[in-house]
Ligand binder design. Structure first.
Ligand code: KIV
Ligand code: ZN
Length: 512
């Protein structure tokens, strides 16, 4: 029988570490439910000890998720580990993932610890964690740049203390496939008790090789767990991308000969949800989930695919959840049809109140837009006003005037803690005027580092999806807003970013 390859998703932990990708608790919960639908084996839900916000996110995911193991990261100390165990206490299946750096550079410069001290701390933390939870993963941070002899000593010792999974991170994305694969192989061959643990790979994409390195770790090294994120989200160039690893192993089963538990039909919905939540747009030519991944433009290719699909297609679009871009609902559709379509799209709203809010948004949209696509519905349900989160700022209405040769002016109404506020401003363009109007009241002083507009479904009738990235006091957040009117979408995105700045400030304050 073929071995199983465990898929460990860290979108909500390592992915969220990407500047600007921070998510609220409710957003994380929604993504966790989608990961469960995808049948991910392990969901790394966050880093419980890092803030009250992260603790609550791990806790609510642990309470809600039944089919996947829920994991919290933790530094190798008793306080972090206890906090992780506490957040995970209601989980059906819980894992603590503890780590400490083992490379000479990290030990000397970052930790200012001797190798012997690191070894002792690693052992002690696994021993402590093992008494709280049965499933313990240990990671030697910057493992790939660690000295082989020392790494073998540390990993042998933590397995002896009860670590059940050993993860070997290429923290800085320095590895190349053959060398990384052989690195894992050597560790497994040299460590006498290596067969007592499952070996895992965790690769960053700084040189664009995270997926290749992970697969080499599996094929050459014998790892049986891959750590990855949806859309390859993650710090710097990101992490190993879940959809690419999964589809590589599935499509080339002849080569990898491994079983996967993943229900691949939920991949595109997961990708869309993560992109809309974080504002990190998926490039059109991205493998598996990019808008062009299955589009055949050249005449020769189109002709070939029409005659026999497999002439130019190695995977089926529908197997990863690309349905034809069909019109799903219209103005006359009822609540039940809407609810059913949400289910088909893999969207689970938490309460009847949320379904009602989404349905009324849908009706508003259907009044203004004759064709409603799946993408519109997904954008609509990621709207904060639908998910009933307690946000500081909320959009109410906007009017603006712009005419050639005149300076545009905008009037906006929005809520601050539920209280309506009106503001007016001029600007270089109507978007600029609208955002300046908001600032006259909010005075966040945040710097805008990115503004982008994307048409959700490809025509001028389409909804515009706007991403705004703000930076303030060293914090970077993304806000996303969608509306057929891109000026309204921009104002929504700006308010959403301000909400995130606010909640991030609270999270940072809670850590102190
Ligand atoms: O990249 C890394 O080293 C990590 C560890 C904490 C596993 O994310
Ligand atoms: Zn990492």
């Amino acid at each position: 029988m073929a071995d199983k390859l465990i898929i460990f998703d860290t979108t909500l932990r390592d992915g969220e570490q990407s500047p600007g990708a921070s998510m609220t608790r409710d957003e994380k919960l929604r993504i966790a439910r989608q990961l469960e639908r995808l049948k991910v084996d392990v969901i790394e839900a966050g880093f419980a000890a890092s803030s009250n916000g992260d603790f609550e996110a791990v806790q609510s995911i642990a309470q809600a998720i039944k089919d996947s193991t829920v994991c919290s990261l933790s530094r190798a100390n008793d306080r972090d580990i206890s906090r992780a165990a506490e957040a995970l206490k209601d989980a059906n299946s819980a894992r603590i993932h503890t780590f400490i750096a083992t490379s000479p550079l990290h030990m000397e410069k970052k930790l200012r610890m001797t190798p012997e001290q690191v070894l002792e701390q690693a052992k002690q933390s696994v021993r402590f964690a093992r008494n709280l939870v049965g499933d313990i993963e240990f990671s030697p941070e910057d493992g790939y740049r660690s000295e082989m002899d020392f790494l073998c000593r540390v990993l042998e010792a933590v397995i002896a203390e009860g670590a059940t999974t050993i993860n070997v991170p290429d923290t800085v994305g320095y590895a190349v496939p053959e060398l990384y694969g052989n690195f894992i192989k050597t560790l497994r061959e040299r460590i006498p008790n290596s067969d007592k643990a499952i070996w895992s790979v965790h690769c960053h994409n700084d040189l664009g090789m995270a997926v290749a390195n992970s697969l080499a770790g599996v094929q050459i090294g014998g790892a049986r767990q891959v750590e990855c994120t949806i859309n390859g989200l993650g710090e710097r160039a990101g992490n190993c991308s879940l959809e690419e690893v999964v589809m590589a192993v599935k499509t080339r089963r002849d080569y990898f000969n491994l079983e996967l538990g993943i229900d691949t039909q939920h991949i595109v919905a997961a990708s869309r949800m993560v992109s809309q939540t974080t504002g990190f747009v998926v490039q059109p030519n991205k493998a598996v989930v990019g808008a062009n991944a299955f589009a055949h433009a050249s005449g020769i290719h189109q002709d070939g695919v029409l005659k026999a699909r497999d002439t130019y297609e190695i995977m089926r679009a529908e197997d990863v959840g690309w349905s034809a871009n069909k019109i799903v609902l219209g103005k006359l559709s009822g609540r039940n049809a809407f609810k059913q379509r949400l289910q088909e799209l893999g969207v689970q709203l938490e309460s009847e109140g949320e379904i009602n809010a989404a349905f009324s948004k849908f009706k508003e949209l259907a009044d203004r837009k004759s064709e409603i696509f799946d993408e519109d519905i997904l954008a609509l349900v990621s709207d904060e006003s639908v998910t009933a989160e307690r946000e500081t700022y909320g959009f109410v209405s906007l009017s603006q005037h712009s005419e050639t040769g005149e300076r545009p002016q905008a009037n906006i109404v929005f809520t601050v803690e539920g209280r309506e506020v009106r503001a007016t401003s001029e600007g270089n363009g109507p978007v600029d005027a609208s955002l300046k109007a908001i600032e006259t009241q909010v005075q966040s002083g945040a710097e805008m580092v990115l503004y982008s507009v994307n048409a959700i479904s490809g025509s001028t009738e389409s909804q515009g999806e706007v991403t705004v990235r703000l930076q303030s006091s060293g914090r970077v957040v993304n806000g996303v807003g969608s509306d057929p009117d891109i000026i309204v979408a921009s104002a929504k995105a700006y308010l959403s970013a301000l909400n995130k700045l606010q909640s991030k400030a609270e999270r940072v304050a809670a850590q102190g």
